[in-house]
Each structure stands twice: as C-alpha cells, then as structure tokens.
Design a protein around this ligand. Structure first.
Ligand SMILES: [Zn+2]
Length: 512
C-alpha cells in the first residue's frame, strides 16, 4: 500500500489500522487464503515483523481483534475509514454486519456519525452502477470481464477465471455496453494484476485488482468512474524534463495504445562525436541547454505490443490528423502478435522505464533490440526499396547497441555485434541498389579496416570509385553527396588504417 497518509502514521496508529483491517475482513464471517494474501499485501506498511506475525495470528484465531478508542488527526482517521470501506465492497456486497462494523470504527476514531453514513452511501453507489463490460487479454487468452471501481491508477474486475498476481493485463472497455458484439472496444489499458480473490458474488467467481501501468487521464478516469459519455480529449505534447528535448504523445498503429511518449532532440542542443561507424555519441550540451544522453531513450516503445522505433512516422502522432500509415497495419499485426511472448521476455516485469527517459544502458539496449525486431518485421512486409531502408535501420540500431556496450566496457559483445552487422550487410549487398548499396559498401569497408580484415576491401572501394561511371549520379543530388562522403571517409580510413585497428583503439572512436 502506498497511501502517504498511512505511511506517516505512528506505529501505534498503524497497529490499530492493521487490527481494524483484520476486523473488517472478518466482519462478514468468512475468510479464505486469497483474503490472507490480500491482507499481507496490505500490511506491507508495517515494518515490524513481530507485529505482522501477530496480525496474521489474529486472522487464524478466527475472531475480531479488540479495538479501543483512538485519537488521530482527522486526515488519518478518514484515510483509515476510506480503506476499510474499500475492503468492505471488494466482494461486491455491503452487508449489515459490515455496515455496523464501519460505524463502530468511525465511533472509535471519534469521527462524527454523519461521516460513516457518507462513506457507506458512497460505497453503495460504487457498487450500484458504473460497471463496464470489457475484454481482457491475459497471456494468450481473451475473456469477457466486468470492470468497476475505477480510479486513475487502478480498477477492479469480475472474472470467472483465476488471474495470477503479477500477470500482465490488457483491458478494453466495450464502446456500447448494451450492444457489445458490434460496438467495438475503447483504447486498451495496460495493467498488472495485483491480487485475485475468490468472491461469493453472483456475478463471477473472482475479483481481480488491476493496477494501470500508467495513470489514466483524468478525462478517461472521470468518464469511467461517473459513466460520463466519451469526450475524447487527446493528449498531444508534453514538456520533457530537459530543455534540449521536445515531447510528443504517440499512438501505436499496430494495437491502438495511446499516450506513448516520444522525445525529439531539438536541433543544435547537443554536441555529438560520431564513432568510426558513423554512430553518434552525445558528449556535451551546447548553448546552455540541458545535457542528456539521447541514445538512451531515442527509441519509443508501445508498452502493449512492444512495437518500437526512433521514427515518429511509424506511429500516429496525437497532435496531428490521422495520416496514411507507413505500412500495412493489418498485415503487420498478423505477424507481430504471435511473437509477442518472445519480446515480453526481453522486457522486465517492471516495465515503467518504457514511459521514462531515465533508462539504464541495459534497458536502452533492450529498446534497440525491440526496434530491430520491429524494423526487421516491417522490412519483411515491404517492397525492395523499403526493405533495404529497414535493413539499414536494423544495422544502425545494432551498431548503436555496440557503441553502448563498448561504453560499458563489454568489448567482446560490442565487437560481436559489429561483426553481425557486417554479415548482414555482406549478405544483402548484392541485392542492394543505389544509396543503400553505397552505404553498405562504405560500412563494410570501415568494419573490415577496424578488424584488420583487408582481403576484400579493394572490391568495395572499387565499387564506390566506379559507381558514378556505371550508374550516372546526378551532380548535387543526395546520392552524389552520399557517394562523395562514403568515398572520402573510406579512403581516409584506408590511408590511416593503423589508427582504426581494433587493437589500437579501446573504443569505437579514434584517438584525439
Ligand atoms: Zn502497440
């Protein structure tokens, strides 16, 4: 429990609260293992192990623990009453003995009698309506559930199936509650199951508490809590914590998840030093702007289907009209969904970092892996030209991973990735055309020089030198620029090949 008011209560008050919780659970005269588990999670705020044991002991003794009158600050007394009311309605029932218990508690807390009346009537209201038929995806199963008790951070739902705590959930509320089959579903809430209790309600066998991965917006929350008609106010942009960045909210085109943050680097804010393979390394801020290592969080990831890219145009920007997507969404989804379990294994159970720009290098490396999977799959459903663009992205993500691993001191794995990138490029090279072929030849040359594998460098240098003659490059075109840059840097690297060799430099950067 992370209620700050409970957190700062005195040990004596906490113990009192713990006894009251036991009493509340016993008030309806039954208790089961799920309730004990629930109690344990609730008692997390008790630091004193002996006290936890004694509270659990009380549960087993099958009686309501004695409670004496206690004088607390009103905010604390109200918080206790609020939590107890929530417990009382978890099984979708507020029976006479529970009402009597709440009134007694209010008396012991020295609260005026109209206060428990108000809580009880609110509790009844929460039970009375505001239930939402919804679809739940958990693992590979899709089931119908009934959600209720929404707040901005969590909701409860009835399920006929046991849901394991910690399970990752995707909840979608039906748009039309009366005509569900045809109505379609609202955008999903991604959540984690906190607990699952067997209940004696007529609606379903279990009640599950779902904690949202990301607080839902107050508009969505108000709509669900008070059954207001949908009036979608989409979030568009946000202000990142560093003034060198711009923040946009994106929607996943594959699964419809909203409010995925994307951080765009403002121009001329960070100084970069490209490594020998052309991968930028951010080393300092410029013009008084805030420094941040953009490589750590440039990949935006959909928390639901784990679609990932550093290019906004592969998502739907929420500050723009829906434009024509860059890929066939349906076709992509049909290939993407079956492999979700593999991607989930990459992301830790606590995936809050997906919403954050404070990512560890390990988390950033996972984000690049997801982006590689994404662009690989995008390539497989694209035409040749697009396919080579995606392949280039995959190689550049791989080389960025390598740069980060090198930075971490993991030279062996960093070099392995660079070798892998070369293998991909060499395999693709014969089928590549124009710009893609120039870039690939260029990178193969640089990687070979780094590894001191000089045998076939001549072949690729030749390719670059003869390219203009064979293919006719229009002067001042983009292609001409890329070709010129590739030839110059490849020649430079070849002439000073000793400085580029892996046994001469300890990073992927030339010595100053
Ligand atoms: Zn998605």
């Amino acid at each position: 429990m992370d209620d700050p008011i409970i957190g700062i209560m005195s040990p004596k008050a906490k113990e009192w609260f713990a006894r009251a919780v036991v009493g509340m659970i016993w008030a309806d005269g039954r208790i089961d293992q799920a309730e004990i588990d629930y109690l344990k999670s609730l008692l997390g705020f008790l630091k004193d192990k002996d006290l936890i044991h004694s509270v659990l002991g009380m549960i087993k003794q099958n009686k309501i623990p004695p409670l004496e009158s206690i004088q607390l600050e009103q905010a604390q007394a109200l918080a206790i009453l609020k939590h107890l009311t929530s417990i009382s309605i978890v099984d979708e029932d507020l029976d006479k003995s529970e009402v009597a218990f709440l009134k007694n508690i209010a008396r012991l807390l020295n609260l005026p009698p109209e206060i428990p009346e108000k809580f009880i009537s609110l509790g009844r209201k929460r039970l009375g309506g505001n239930r939402f038929h919804s679809n739940l995806l958990v693992g590979d199963d899709s089931l119908d559930v009934v959600c209720f008790g929404f707040s901005e951070r969590e909701c409860l739902f009835f399920s006929n199936r046991l849901v394991n705590p910690m399970a990752r959930l995707t909840l979608r509320v039906y748009k039309d509650q009366k005509n569900r089959s045809e109505s379609g579903l609202h955008a999903p809430f991604v959540a984690e199951a906190q607990w699952c209790r067997a209940v004696k309600s007529g609606i379903a066998k279990y009640v599950v508490k779902a904690v949202f991965k990301k607080q839902i917006t107050s508009e969505e929350g108000a709509r669900l809590i008070f059954s207001m008609p949908e009036e979608v106010e989409t979030r568009k942009t946000f202000e990142p914590q560093y003034n060198s960045l711009l923040g946009y909210y994106l929607q996943c085109r594959v699964c419809g998840t909203n409010d995925i943050p994307f951080w765009q680097l403002r121009s001329r804010c960070l100084h970069t030093k490209n490594n020998i393979f052309g991968i930028p390394h951010y080393d300092r801020a410029v013009g008084g702007k805030d420094f941040c290592d953009y490589n750590l969080f440039q990949i935006s990831v959909c928390p639901n289907c784990l679609f990932a890219s550093n290019m906004m145009e592969y998502f739907q920007r929420q500050d723009q009209e829906i434009g024509s997507p860059k890929f066939d969404q349906k076709l992509f989804q049909s290939k993407w969904q079956p492999t979700l379990h593999k991607r989930k294994k990459l992301v830790a159970a606590d995936d809050n970092w997906l919403y954050s720009l404070e990512r560890t290098p390990e988390q950033a490396i996972v984000s690049y892996q997801l982006a590689m999977d994404t662009h690989q799959q995008l390539g497989l459903i694209s035409d040749d030209l697009e396919q080579s663009n995606h392949q280039r992205k995959v190689v550049s993500f791989m080389l960025t991973q390598a740069e980060m691993l090198m930075d971490q001191g993991d030279k062996a794995n960093a070099r392995k990735l660079v070798q892998n990138a070369k293998t991909i490029l060499e395999k693709a090279f014969p089928t590549l055309e124009k710009e893609a072929a120039i870039r690939a030849a260029h990178l193969i040359i640089l990687i070979n020089i780094y590894f001191k594998e000089y045998d076939n460098i001549g072949e690729y240098l030749n390719f670059l030198q003869k390219f203009d003659k064979l293919h006719g490059v229009a002067s001042a075109s983009k292609e001409a620029k890329i070709l010129y840059h590739a030839m110059e840097t490849a020649k430079d690297a070849w002439q000073s090949k000793d400085e580029y060799a892996f046994d001469k430099i300890s990073s992927f950067h030339l010595k100053d």
